[in-house]
Design a protein around this ligand. Structure first.
Ligand code: FES
Length: 123
């Protein structure tokens, strides 16, 4: 079974598990601020579930490709909408600051929970 490492937690999921659902099931702090309440619940529209993923996940859906073509997402080719990603193998997940997760400061890494916001993306 694929292993997910996110916000200091390591857990296994079935192949093709939806990444957003897997993260929320583990109480991972996926959303920022008001996006915890105001999000599209995984329909690929709001863009607030944005994360950086290392590892094997499904290719972007047409919906995700469309959403990622608009700012602020269009500036982040290294990030994905977790609600549109199916887990295919081991993955490591990082969340950045900003309403959508579009910022340059890391909120949490695969191995570490919420940071002070002082870590800057080096990529
Ligand atoms: S939850 Fe809205 S785009 Fe993923």
């Amino acid at each position: 079974m694929p292993k997910i490492i996110a916000e200091g937690k390591t857990f296994e999921v079935a192949v093709e598990t939806n990444l957003r659902e897997a993260l929320l099931d583990q109480d991972i702090d996926l959303y920022s601020g008001t996006a915890n309440v105001f999000n599209c619940h995984g329909h690929g529209i709001c863009g607030t579930c944005l994360v950086q993923i290392e590892g094997a996940v499904s290719e972007p859906t047409k919906l995700e490709t469309t959403r990622m073509a608009f700012p602020p997402h269009s500036a982040h080719k290294d990030r994905r909408l977790s609600c549109q990603a199916k887990v295919l193998g081991d993955v490591r997940v990082t969340k950045f600051d900003g309403h959508f997760g579009e910022g340059n400061h890391i909120r949490w890494t695969p191995e570490q929970g919420l940071t002070s916001g002082s870590v800057t993306n080096q990529s």
